[in-house]
Structures are given as structure tokens and as C-alpha cells.
Design a protein around this ligand. Structure first.
Ligand code: CA
Length: 253
């Protein structure tokens, strides 16, 4: 394959970037993990008319490694699709958890970003722009059980303490049919009388849905899908199946 001078220079810069990222002493190496469940499928825009999570797309990309290098140059890139035949490199800001809405495209592979301390093989994804490493649990449990489950693996319930983090998690949750209509427990509670995150820090940015918080007996917090993932106060450990939700664990990196 012939490369013109600008393309060749760009390729060399990307290769150097990839190598430099991998070789930084003392730092976790960013790398990509192939998600074979998505083989031969591609997602251009999740959910048709939902918010687009596309970071960028490139054509005439000669390998998945070159696509990975492109992704690494953009902090908002968390996953990419690559199709060798078209040289297509399609980068997204979120991880897709299923192929329900994917289009068939033979030869496409799908890769997610990870690093040493954000274990992709266990379902975590890395979002560098906000220093997030998180995992979605498709498991209906009380908030207390969700916290215990996270803690048992050295993680904690998700801390959504800024508008930017909320925006990213919103796009992630809206991006897959598996998560779009699910309530999700996060790591804020008022068990001690004041609103705290699980690391003990005060909640200083609030994102309550309209008419929430609704009850003094509801001392834990979830992101309610029917509130566009704004916050709802909920019971921590009682109420039956209606008070059991999926949850997201985060790993501090
Ligand atoms: Ca409530």
C-alpha cells in the first residue's frame, strides 16, 4: 500500500504515541481488549436517534493497531470498531454492552480501552477524560447489597459527583438496550444524616429529579431511568423487588 507523505507522517506519529503510552515507566499501560461477542457487527449511532457517542471516524486505516493508536490520541475514546476491508475506524466515548442494535458487517471487530488497574476481563471499561474505571452489574439487588458486592471486589459504588461524570454515565446507560430502561444504584446515601459518598466525602453537587428526594425513609440514591437518570432517593435494604436495582461499581485509578 502506498502512503503519501502526510499520511506516512501521521502514521509514524501515532505509532510513537502508542509506544510512548505503553512504555511510560511506573504508569499503567493503556491497551485494548477485543470483545468477541460483537464480531461482525457495528454500531454507528446507538438507539437510532439517541445522543451520538461517536468521537471520530477515520477511513483508510490499515490495521486495528493503527485504529487503537488513533483512539489513544483522544481522551474521550473508550471503544472502537474496526473493519479492515473498508479501512474504517469508528471510535466511541462509551462501551456497548450488547449487539441488539448493531448492524451486520462481516469482518468488523470491536475493542474496548483498558489499562492494568482497570481489569477489562472482569467487565470494567476505562474513560480517561474523567479518570473513570467502572463496571455495570446486571443484577437486581438492594442498595446495601450492591455496596457489599462492590466492596468485596475492592471497588465502590459509582461516584457521580460532577455534571461531566453524569453526562458520561448518561450516554453510557442510554447507549445499550441492556441499560437504557434500568434503574442504577450509585454510591450516595444519607445514612449518617447528611449526604455522603461512600468514600466519606460530602455530596456537594446534587442531581435530583423533579419532586425528589421524596421520603425521609429513602436514604440511598439511584439514577432513575424514567427520570432520564437523574437521582431518586430509594430504600437501602427493604421494599421488595420494586426497590432492587442494577448497579455500577467503580475502581479508583
Ligand atoms: Ca424517592
Amino acid at each position: 500500500m502506498q502512503l503519501d507523505a502526510p499520511s506516512l507522517l501521521r502514521t509514524l506519529i501515532l505509532m510513537v504515541t502508542l509506544l510512548a503510552t505503553s512504555a511510560t515507566p511506573g504508569a499503567s499501560s493503556a491497551r485494548f481488549y477485543r470483545l468477541s461477542f460483537m464480531d461482525d457487527h457495528i454500531i454507528f449511532t446507538p438507539g437510532g436517534n439517541l445522543e451520538d457517542t461517536t468521537v471520530a471516524q477515520r477511513f483508510n486505516v490499515t490495521s486495528s493497531s493503527q485504529c487503537a493508536a488513533e483512539c489513544l490520541t483522544m481522551e474521550s475514546c473508550s471503544s472502537f470498531f474496526y473493519h479492515r476491508g473498508d479501512g474504517l475506524c469508528l471510535m466511541h466515548s462509551v462501551l456497548f454492552l450488547g449487539k441488539d442494535e448493531a448492524s451486520l458487517k462481516n469482518g468488523t471487530t470491536y475493542w474496548q480501552l483498558t489499562q492494568d488497574d482497570c481489569p477489562s476481563g472482569e467487565g470494567f471499561v476505562l474513560y480517561r477524560e474523567l479518570g473513570l474505571c467502572y463496571k455495570y452489574h446486571d443484577q437486581l439487588v438492594y442498595w446495601d447489597t450492591a455496596e457489599t458486592t462492590c466492596n468485596a471486589t475492592g471497588t465502590s459504588l459509582l461516584k457521580v459527583d460532577t455534571p461531566d461524570k453524569f453526562r458520561h454515565m448518561y450516554l453510557f446507560l442510554r447507549g445499550s438496550t441492556a441499560t437504557r430502561a434500568k434503574h442504577v444504584s450509585i454510591g450516595a446515601s444519607e445514612k449518617t444524616g447528611s449526604a455522603l459518598w461512600r468514600d466519606g466525602s460530602d455530596v456537594t453537587w446534587f442531581n435530583w429529579a423533579d419532586n425528589e428526594p421524596s421520603s425521609p425513609t429513602e436514604q440511598c440514591v439511584n439514577m432513575g431511568w424514567f427520570f432520564s437518570f437523574k437521582w431518586n432517593d430509594v430504600p437501602c435494604s427493604s421494599g421488595g423487588t420494586i426497590a432492587q436495582y442494577n448497579f455500577i461499581c467503580q475502581k479508583d485509578i
